[in-house]
Ligand binder design. Structure first.
Ligand SMILES: [Zn+2]
Length: 282
């Protein structure tokens, strides 16, 4: 059975390590992540983002994750990443996701509180935990200006108020990382992170983990979940290209291409589990 993400992350926060949340795309990628987590005896946190939800829907993904969890030797949780609409979030809760993210980070503070509170009330009634984002994590393709940094980075005093007002379980913070590939040198604002973790005691979440140096310094500063997508995609893309270009056409099957390509991400998965301290913590 899928476990509540809160169980995994509260333990991580208490014991000072972080669990990488791997952004999966389908059954094969779920199987690959679970396999490496088992080999590492690590808690397994998989999440699905908007594109994947649009392609397959929450029902299929939850059913596949549920089977994976039933067979796995380690705890497995399934999280909805960047839930933007009420409909998608409620569908994920209905279909048995372990946790959901409500992303209202581009709204005003008050509106973010209102929307998050609404989801927290429903999710908690169903035994599902909730992540919200305060401040705003941008994209790596655009270097932030000084003005952006002041506007979007999470303010410690706001974080405290936000958690009190919403009763949210995990808080995604903007501390200098960004989504996707970086076109600038990212730098995690460790001082800011320290101040936030001293004012709130819920597990903190870093988005845009891929390509960010210094992630291993963040678990002692309250970070318990680090989202990873792009770093998994890089070896998968390369492998797909390599197989297609090197194999005769008659040997190419969808299963062979996709299974082999996903397996190319195994070293990356292992590396994240180890560097964040999740290996051996199942
Ligand atoms: Zn994100």
């Amino acid at each position: 059975m899928l476990v509540n993400t809160k169980e995994i992350l509260d333990k991580a926060r208490k014991e000072g390590y972080a669990v990488p949340a791997f952004n999966i795309t389908d059954m094969q990628s779920i199987m690959t992540v679970v396999k490496v987590c088992e080999e590492e005896n690590a808690p397994c946190l998989i999440e699905a983002a908007e594109g994947t939800i649009k392609a397959y829907g929450t029902t299929y993904l939850a059913a596949i994750a549920e089977v994976a969890a039933r067979k796995a030797k380690v705890p497995v949780a399934l999280h909805l990443d960047h839930g933007k609409t009420f409909e998608i979030i409620i569908q994920a809760i209905r279909d048995g996701f372990s946790s959901v993210m409500i992303d209202a980070s581009q709204e005003s503070f008050d509106e973010n509180v209102r929307l998050t509170r609404q989801i927290v009330d429903i999710a908690h009634a169903c035994g599902v935990s909730v992540e919200a984002e305060l401040g705003h994590v941008g994209v790596g393709s655009q270097a932030p200006t000084q003005e952006d940094m002041e506007k979007y980075l999470t303010k410690p005093e706001d974080a405290k108020r936000f958690v009190e007002l919403t009763n949210v379980d995990f808080l995604a913070v903007a501390v200098g990382t960004a989504h996707g590939l970086y076109t600038f040198e990212p730098k995690i604002d460790l001082e800011r992170l320290k101040q936030i973790s001293e004012t709130v005691d819920v597990p903190l979440v870093i988005h845009g983990g891929s390509g960010t140096p210094g992630l291993e310094q963040t678990p002692p500063l309250g970070v318990s979940k680090v989202n990873v997508f792009t770093d998994l995609q890089i070896p998968i893309r390369k492998k797909v290209k390599e197989i297609i270009e090197s194999e005769p056409l008659e040997r190419l099957t969808a299963v062979r291409i996709w299974k082999t390509a996903n397996e190319a991400a195994e070293p990356v998965i292992r590396d994240y589990l180890r560097k964040l301290g999740a290996s051996g913590k199942a």
